[in-house]
Design a binder for this molecule. Structure first.
Ligand SMILES: Nc1ncnc2c1ncn2[C@@H]1O[C@H](COP(=O)(O)OP(=O)(O)OP(=O)(O)O)[C@@H](O)[C@H]1O
Length: 265
């Protein structure tokens, strides 16, 4: 059964001042299967984040249906873990306390079990030595690891990621992409990953969905049949380079349209 289904989804934001309503998504249909890693790719402003926020339950569609696991989305829920670019961590809590936050909300868990779970999670993301540090004492990449650990420790079946590595330098970004691949290989969650970076989408995804410029619709869907487990080295293989070229052509037109729309507004 598909894990995430959007049918005829339309999203309008009320206009500000003289401008009419902004139509972010028009008639969007999408189906993501259980344990599939799908990357949503498209030019700036095409509605990628809006689609993710609808699935996360942070926004409600103006029209159409958004279902996760067969249920109509009525708001955020523990079945969907969301990771943003700014790592959504509490600056006043240590790394370990940030990661323990979610599990501590559940009254059924005893403290020792939570501590073991947090230790294991910190080990998986390579932060064991920084358990007692405050986020301010960490680099951007390490903070993003904390953000990832905070979400993964709750073991949500679905992960929604909105350009999580967008603010990182190129080197750190690759390290984080490889870490995400490693984590995903182990427990294969359903992932929707929003990005405008072709290489990132190709390195990570089973499938890449390309969106049109605003108002966003699905333009095309590409299966990425590159072997797994994947590492960064795959980006220089002929198969990868050929796929990159195809996707670049696919996006070129939409990016130009997005620029025109920008110039008009
Ligand atoms: N809260 C809002 N109020 C009004 N308009 C909005 C709101 N959120 C998004 N929009 C508009 O909806 C459109 C889609 O925005 P969205 O953030 O989903 O695009 P995106 O593809 O994620 O872009 P980017 O890659 O730049 O983050 C844009 O034109 C944006 O200006």
């Amino acid at each position: 059964m598909p894990d995430i289904v959007l049918e005829g989804v339309r999203m309008e934001f009320p206009g500000q001042g003289a401008t009419g309503p902004a139509i972010a998504l028009a008639e969007m249909d999408l189906a993501i299967h259980d344990r599939e890693f799908v990357c949503l790719l498209g030019p700036s402003g095409c509605g990628k984040s809006t689609a993710l926020n609808l699935i996360a339950g942070f926004l409600t569609a103006s029209d159409g249906s958004v279902r996760v696991g067969g249920q109509e989305v009525a708001g955020p829920g523990p079945d969907r873990g969301v990771v943003f670019q700014d790592a959504n961590i509490f600056p006043w809590l240590s790394v370990a306390k940030n990661v323990a936050f979610g599990p501590s909300l559940s009254r059924r868990r005893d403290r020792n079990a939570i501590r073991r779970q947090v230790d294991e999670m910190l080990d998986r993301v390579g932060l064991s030595q920084f358990a007692n540090h405050l986020p301010l004492e960490l680099s951007g990449g390490m903070r993003q690891r904390v953000g990832l650990a905070r979400v993964l420790v709750n073991d949500p079946p679905t992960l929604l990621m909105d350009e999580p590595f967008g603010a990182l330098d190129a080197q750190t970004r690759i390290i984080m992409q490889e870490l995400l691949l490693e984590l995903w290989e182990r427990d294969r969650k359903t992932v929707l990953f929003v990005t405008h970076d072709i290489d990132e989408a190709l390195l990570l995804g089973d499938r890449i969905i390309v969106m049109t410029a605003r108002p966003g619709r699905i333009k095309s869907s590409f299966d990425v049949r590159l072997p797994r487990p994947r590492r960064y080295e795959i980006t220089s293989t002929p198969e990868f380079v050929a796929l990159r070229r195809r996707l670049f052509e696919e996006l070129r037109h939409e990016a130009a349209r997005a620029d025109e729309l920008e110039a008009v507004h």
